[in-house]
Design a protein around this ligand. Structure first.
Ligand code: ZN
Length: 392
């Protein structure tokens, strides 16, 4: 069925368009035009968002859970609940993200997540559970630095080998789209090269690497950096380390958690200036407690306490309860970035960083009809997935 969406303004998000009409058919955008240049047939299903802003649906490439659902434990019936919660916050696609756990538990989680991804791909278009879709898996661990592990349990960290990577890849039935790895670990460069060969977005993070090692990682195929500044060797003006590479190399995109807790607003500004409007990516790193009352929650094998909006385990930060709409708002409050540029960091930049979801994060002919409808304060009014309204 053909549906026409109208809005006063749209962020593609490369450009800002006025009085836009977006035609969607079979879940894809078939036309994008100005209101006065397209005849709207009387029979067409026209949905007019009035003064609101139409933008691509948000993409979250690093998220551990939400609405009480933990990606490491989620069963088939849990994923739609998480997807509906995410859609209510403007997200239309996401990478469920693992934490370092015993290998058997990790493989079992990867199999379940692969099931959920395949179920989403095969869902009929008339399925009435319109929700954010899991697009691929982000492996956060087990190849992380002991020194910069954050809350990932030390007993679950593993030395990188292509054999271990392949075991995880097989369990996930090839649905791994992103992997965070500490490049200084012995064997890491070989794993980076192999993962990149399989079109995995290799992201350096949870790392104590010195700058030359980070540069070698980029040569081997790394293209992104995970929650920049957090769980990384700190920047020293005479020994810049991994951050020196992440902040200066245009070959790398990088993401940050803009919840006002993980980074001070000044550091968010430094990051945005360094990575710029094309390479800065927003993530939430959200855990199952997101959208739930404060208390005790699980993050894979880790017990997390949520108090005053802060997630901790043993005194260390353990993810967040951030939602993507709030991350976008925070960027506009912490920096001079416009709402359009903040939206870009949550959509197109995330898609391009991954290298594998080129039909999302953008309003263009042929792209998926996944939209978020925002007011000028960047509050989510509606979310459309595959041309259909979530929650309807
Ligand atoms: Zn994480």
């Amino acid at each position: 069925m053909k549906t026409i969406f109208a809005a006063r303004r749209a962020y593609t998000p490369i450009e800002e368009l006025e009085n836009v009409l977006v035609v969607a058919e079979d879940g894809r955008i078939t036309e994008l035009s100005q209101r006065d240049s397209l005849e709207v047939p009387r029979s067409a299903n026209l949905i007019d968002f009035g003064d609101a802003i139409l933008a691509p649906g948000f993409l979250d490439i690093h998220i551990h859970g939400g609405a009480g659902v933990d990606a490491m434990r989620a069963g088939a019936s849990d994923i739609p609940r998480m997807g509906k919660f995410l859609a209510a916050h403007g997200v239309t696609g996401y990478f469920p993200t693992t934490v370092a756990a015993p290998i058997d538990a990790t493989c079992a989680a990867l199999e379940r997540l692969a099931d959920a991804i395949e179920a989403g791909e095969n869902a009929a278009t008339n399925d009435d559970s319109v929700a954010a879709r899991p697009l691929g898996i982000h492996l956060e661990g087990p190849f992380l630095s002991h020194k910069r592990r954050g809350v990932h349990p030390p007993e679950n960290l593993v030395a990188p080998t292509v054999e271990m990577f392949d075991r995880l890849w097989q369990a996930a039935r090839g649905h791994v789209r992103m992997m965070t790895i500490a490049p200084e670990l012995p064997g890491a460069l070989e794993v980076i090269a192999e993962a990149a060969r399989r079109k995995v977005c290799v992201s350096i993070g949870h790392s104590d690497a010195e700058m030359p090692i980070a540069q070698q990682a980029v040569k081997a195929g790394a293209r992104h950096a995970t929650h920049t500044f957090n769980a990384m060797r700190p920047l020293d003006h005479r020994d810049p380390g991994i951050l020196g590479e992440v902040l200066t190399d245009d070959a790398l995109s990088a993401d940050i958690i803009v919840d006002g807790i993980h980074l001070s607003p000044a550091v968010v500004q430094i990051f945005l200036q360094a990575k710029g409007r094309e390479r800065a990516v927003l993530i939430t790193d959200a855990i199952s407690a997101t959208g739930m009352p404060e208390g005790h929650y699980r993050l894979g094998p880790i017990e997390v306490e949520v108090k005053d909006g802060k997630c901790t385990s043993g005194g260390s930060l353990a993810g967040s309860v951030l939602t993507m709409d709030r991350a976008v708002r925070n960027v506009t409050q912490f920096s001079r970035w416009s709402l359009k540029d903040a939206v870009r960091a949550a959509t197109l930049n995330a898609a391009r960083a991954t290298g594998t979801i080129s039909d999302q994060g953008i309003l263009a002919r042929g792209a998926r009809a996944d939209f978020v409808v925002l007011n000028a304060r960047s509050e989510v009014l509606r979310t459309i997935v595959g041309g259909r309204e979530a929650g309807s």
